[in-house]
Design a protein around this ligand. Structure first.
Ligand SMILES: [Mg+2]
Length: 291
């Protein structure tokens, strides 16, 4: 299964969009149309890369837009970049989401006591390659961290690209601790503090800030897939989410998007233009004392 992206608008501008196509060149939604599993028997999942490692632009699947292209988060009319909190520079993993999953905001998690954040489940990919925005990679799940962001459950799956040269050595969260010493601690530190320069409180974590293992992670992912299934089959209210798709829903579903409708939606966005500069303020390094 292969996928490609089509850029619209200018990179680093408000109009930038990255649309997805399948192998037949048909527009698809990366949220709904890309299968969660790359290989169900082997527990290999697809991951949509939203943010390549070392970059700062907070790019994400636009869950409320038709075809759910990747676009940059906007706050108070300005493009959002994550701050570099010393010693980190940008995101310290390839960061993205597992398609066909949803953290239901109406479901209170039994472990965290908090409801979902209304997004597909997040993934931190720890392999050595710096991926490209919009890559759809196959990952092996290794563990999971239960972040609590302003009262919402926001799971962070830890995974490795199956194509990583060292992938065979990583089979559980303990392998990350052993083979990449400090990376898990850095991951907690990153998530705890990354919004502090923007005036937000530190994030909290369930389970005494400990990572859960592979089996636990896979169960959480499966539960978010069940929530997505309820969403796409109209068993729950989608709210503002755009559930239109071109491959999953039957023709009689209100979520079924025709090829013509998809092409028209892409055509309404800005044509691809030249890249705009990233403001130099994005390189600023923030220091503040850890508690
Ligand atoms: Mg999330």
């Amino acid at each position: 299964m292969s996928f490609s992206v089509e850029q619209r608008g200018n990179q680093n501008s408000l109009g930038y969009r990255l649309f997805f196509k399948n192998a037949e060149g048909k527009y698809i939604s990366p949220f709904h149309d890309i299968p969660m599993y790359a290989d169900k028997g082997q527990n290999i999942f697809h991951m949509v890369v939203e943010v390549p490692r070392w970059t700062n632009a907070k790019m994400e699947i636009a869950t409320k837009d038709l075809l759910n292209p990747i676009k940059q988060d906007v706050k108070k009319g300005k493009l959002r970049y994550v701050a570099n909190v010393f010693p980190h520079k940008g995101y310290i993993w390839n960061y993205g989401a597992i398609p066909q999953t949803w953290e239901d905001p109406a479901h209170k998690d039994g472990d965290t006591g908090c409801c979902g954040d209304n997004d597909p489940i997040d993934v931190c990919e720890i392999g050595s390659k710096v991926c490209s925005r919009g890559d759809v990679i196959k990952v092996k799940v290794l563990g999971i961290l239960a972040m609590i962001d302003e009262g919402e459950t926001d799971w962070k799956v830890i995974a490795i690209n199956v194509d990583d040269p060292e992938a065979s050595e990583f089979n559980n969260i303990s392998d990350v601790r052993r083979l990449k010493p400090g990376y898990l601690e850095a991951t907690v530190d990153w998530f705890r503090r990354y919004k502090v320069p923007d005036g937000k409180p530190e994030n909290q974590f369930a389970f005494n800030e400990e990572f859960k293992d592979k089996d636990f992670a896979i169960e959480v992912i499966k539960s978010t897939h069940n929530f997505w299934n309820a969403l796409i089959s109209q068993k729950v209210n989608a709210g503002e989410l755009n559930c239109k798709n071109t491959c999953v829903s039957a023709g009689n579903s209100p979520f079924c998007c025709s090829a013509d409708e998809a092409t028209a939606a892409v055509g309404e966005t800005f044509p691809r233009g030249k890249e705009e500069p990233v403001p130099s303020s994005v390189d600023k390094w923030f220091y503040y004392e850890k508690k």
